[in-house]
Design a protein around this ligand. Structure first.
Ligand SMILES: [Zn+2]
Length: 452
């Protein structure tokens, strides 16, 4: 009788643990993630990207149909929270979101199955567990903001505007805090397409750039990326799906922010931020979400704050399907890495390149675009086509580029054609300050060395 009762009880236990609305310690967070991972081996994969200064694991939970590895055509998305140890709402929001998605998926609810069938979603609920352990609960002060060594993690990333490409690697290899190095390694491991970084102390969606060196990116008071239209759209998706962020200026001393969004630099310039690093070096569009006026809101407010943010957290993930995705194939029909895929009118500091799977993802709003694809030994390929709005179909437009080998009487087809190399250098140089022209040269030379 008791065995039957136990069996029935087990049948009723949901796939994910009931998650209560309170602040969870790092240990409790860890056991929750372990439990979700163990109960959902088909859609969950828990991994660590490194350790904090005090030795705490930086756990990431990935959810998706193939949680352990990338699938060609399925974009990688990430949410990062608690980078500043005393900005704590994001931790609990991400845990609630994990719980919500797993339950929704187990309940066969279309909003959850559509997301997990089409996207691999990674959650890093705390980037600064040591800071959290020391965090003060004051709404405005900064006790616990920094890592164990007093480093502000959102000022510690290599900065594209602060120096030459290569300088960082040559002279500052050990400059970054453990957690920053862990995130940089993570960005090299996966090709993330879209990301958000959750903070507290204001209510606004802030987008790149956070910094400027007074070059062409500086437009009025703002430092604008070549993908500014996309960033503004992404920020508005969050603010307008949020209960009140879109109203702007809800925190009294902060703002007002028109429609609840702002260019990072226009709000306040900062060097070494994570969102600029994601965009410039990892070609991952990241938005900084300030999700609560109070950095450490009272626990009793957590249900309401979750309700305020839930819809926007889900809507933002779906924006990973903006634009176009595909692979670049060489003259032999092999998908190739490091093919440059450029969109006319968008001169990125580091051009978008295909990854180790030969894939590219390019977030774009619906319109006609001209794409130029360059790869050594192959003719420059230019194609113009219409890109529809992907999020409503849970997929970006799929478009592969098929390259043709350069045909020359004497040329070695394995060597780059001078025209394709010139175009790469030229298009880089034209968009850059002198600093960047030199950086582009370093890159072009590296690229040459790689293929020779
Ligand atoms: Zn912060």
């Amino acid at each position: 009788m008791s065995q039957l009762f136990l069996f029935l009880l087990l049948m009723l236990v949901p796939a994910a643990m009931m998650l209560d609305f309170r602040y969870h310690s790092n240990r409790e967070m860890e056991s929750y993630l372990l439990q979700v991972n163990a109960s959902n081996p088909d859609i969950a994969h828990l991994y660590s990207i490194g350790r904090s200064v005090a030795g705490q694991e930086l756990w990431v939970l990935a959810l998706g149909l193939s949680p352990r590895r990338h699938t060609v055509g399925i974009p990688e998305f990430k949410y990062v929270a608690n980078m500043h140890g005393n900005e704590v709402l994001g931790r609990e929001l991400l845990l609630q979101l994990v719980e919500d998605l797993v339950r929704g998926y187990r309940g066969n609810q279309s909003w959850a199955t559509q997301i997990l069938n089409s996207t691999r979603v990674h959650f890093l609920p705390t980037m600064n567990p040591d800071g959290f352990d020391r965090a003060g609960t004051n709404c405005h002060l900064s006790q616990g903001r920094f890592n164990h060594n007093g480093v502000d993690l959102n000022r510690n990333f290599p900065d594209a505007f602060a120096g030459l490409l290569g300088e960082h690697d040559l002279y500052n290899a050990n400059r970054e805090a453990e957690q920053v190095r862990a995130v940089i390694g993570w960005l090299k491991m996966e090709t993330f397409v879209l990301s958000a970084n959750l903070h507290g102390g204001a209510l606004v969606a802030s987008y790149a750039y956070d910094n400027s060196n007074g070059g062409g990116e500086l437009v009025g008071q703002a430092s604008l990326t070549p993908d500014d239209d996309v960033f503004v759209h992404l920020a508005k998706v969050y603010s307008h799906n949020h209960a009140s962020m879109h109203q702007g200026g809800r925190c009294g001393d902060q703002g007002p922010f028109q429609e609840g969004i702002t260019n990072g630099y226009q709000w306040y310039p900062l060097t070494g931020g994570m969102q600029d690093y994601n965009y410039v070096w990892a070609r991952c569009l990241e938005v900084t979400l300030e999700v609560s006026c109070c950095k450490f809101p009272p626990a009793r407010q957590l249900p309401a704050l979750w309700a305020d943010n839930r819809k926007s957290l889900l809507a933002f993930i779906r924006q990973v399907h903006l634009g176009v995705k595909g692979r670049v194939f060489d003259g032999s029909g092999v998908a190739v890495q490091d093919a440059v895929v450029e969109v006319t009118g968008r001169r990125n500091m580091c051009p978008f390149r295909t990854d180790k799977h030969g894939e590219f993802y390019r977030l774009l709003l619906p319109a006609n675009y001209t794409f130029t694809v360059t790869y050594p030994g192959h003719e420059v390929l230019t194609e113009t086509f219409f890109v529809p709005y992907g999020p409503e179909r849970n997929s970006a437009l799929r478009h592969d580029f098929l390259l043709r080998r350069v045909a020359t009487a004497t040329g070695d087809p394995t060597l780059p054609s001078s025209s394709s190399l010139l175009l790469t250098e030229g298009s880089l140089g034209a968009a850059m300050t002198p600093t960047w022209t030199l950086a582009a040269l370093v890159m072009a030379l590296t690229f040459q060395n790689m293929i020779s």
